[in-house]
Design a protein around this ligand. Structure first.
Ligand code: IPM
Ligand code: MG
Length: 357
């Protein structure tokens, strides 16, 4: 039996998470596994009820589970709260830190059925299969930040960016291993022409490369990478980068897959791994049954792969998604070139049908 902590969170989180649970239940039924789901509050939903975005009970539940399934957090109404109470800084970042999830895997795969759904040209994106390995517990998002008054009556804001050799080495090692198991190409992305953390990053990755002679390592500046991703994305196999660059580049890379609603993620490194879609809580479409549940459904496929070690079952979900997309079913974010429009729940139902077939 696998114990799953379920944290739907805010906005479309509460709509997409049930669809991923349905997919896991279909897997349980078909392959004879058992999943135990326990729900807890996180983000704005937790703040509204308990006064804190990450209640101790939620964290304890996560630590006592085999895996965490997270929807999304945040909504405009929380944007004016003191920073430590905001869902992002008060819940998501501490959750990642507490669970020691230093490696965030974001596979950007273009399902053939979605070739025409992207805003980018088919000949550019056809066959894209990139794994972005984003460092998740260091860098700017976890550095000290503060403000000071300046003599001219204004203010000065500071965010500290630091990385240690240890932090760089463990994420780079992870990426080298991942590249070794794929097409053997690793691109390390930094801004070593300007910032010091990036120079340490590049030195450390270069040094580690000696242990992985079978992996072809290249380095790329982040500004160039953002351009290369849409110029010629098929040049990439595995990309490894620091926290903020990874945050930005994965939103960009999601467009290679047709929609950010297609980008799953796994955050690993500690005892308990966390699975969540790479997109946010999408307040603009929340409550309208429009959200694409596939990123979350593909995230539980990653859960089956990495936590449950059930590769066949993981592929069963991915194949079901492929089937449903090939049959033309589309949530609004995928409707660029038409198709059969479906709601969040109908998309989930179609995936379940395809799993059980
Ligand atoms: C992501 C999100 C988060 C991040 C936000 C919600 C804090 O954008 O998972 O990419 O920046 O890590
Ligand atoms: Mg992001």
């Amino acid at each position: 039996m696998f114990k799953i902590a379920v944290l739907p969170g805010d906005g479309i989180g509460v709509e997409i998470v049930p669809e991923a649970i349905k997919a896991l239940e279909a897997i349980a039924q078909k392959y004879g596994h058992e999943f135990q789901f326990t729900e807890a509050l996180v983000g704005g939903a937790a703040y509204d009820t308990t006064g804190t975005p990450l209640p101790v009970e939620t964290l304890d539940l996560c630590k006592a589970s085999d895996a965490v399934l997270l929807g999304a957090i945040g909504a405009p109404k929380y944007d004016t709260l003191p920073v430590h109470l905001r869902p992002e800084v008060g819940a998501l970042l501490p959750l990642r830190k507490e669970l020691q999830l230093f490696a965030n895997l974001r596979p950007c795969i273009l399902f053939p059925g979605l070739l025409a759904a992207s805003t980018l040209k088919e000949e550019v994106i056809s066959g894209v299969d990139i794994l972005v390995v984003r460092e998740l517990t260091g860098g700017l998002y976890f550095g000290d930040r503060f403000r000071e008054a300046t003599p001219d009556g204004g203010q000065k804001a500071t965010d500290i960016l630091s990385y240690s050799t240890y932090e760089i080495e463990r994420i780079a090692r992870f990426a080298f291993e991942a590249a070794g198991a794929r097409r053997g190409k690793l691109c390390s992305v930094d801004k070593a022409n300007v910032i010091e953390t990036s120079r340490l990053w590049r030195e450390t990755v270069t040094e580690l490369a000696k242990e992985y002679p079978q992996v072809e390592l290249t380095h790329m500046y982040v500004d160039n990478c953002s351009m290369q991703l849409i110029r010629n994305p098929r040049q990439f196999d595995v990309i490894v980068t620091e926290n903020m660059f990874g945050d930005i580049l994965t939103d960009e890379a999601s467009m290679l897959t047709g929609s950010i609603g297609m980008l799953p993620s796994a955050s690993i490194g500690g005892q308990v791994s966390l699975y969540e879609p790479s997109h946010g809580s999408a307040p603009d479409i929340a409550g309208q049954k429009k959200a694409n549940p596939l990123a979350t459904i593909l995230s539980v496929a990653m859960m089956l792969r990495y936590t449950c070690k059930l590769e066949n079952e993981a592929q069963a979900i991915e194949n079901a998604v492929r089937t449903v997309l090939a049959a033309g079913y589309r949530t609004p974010d995928l409707m660029e070139q038409g198709g059969t429009p479906v709601s969040t729940v109908e998309m989930g139902d179609k995936v379940v049908e395809a799993i059980l077939k």
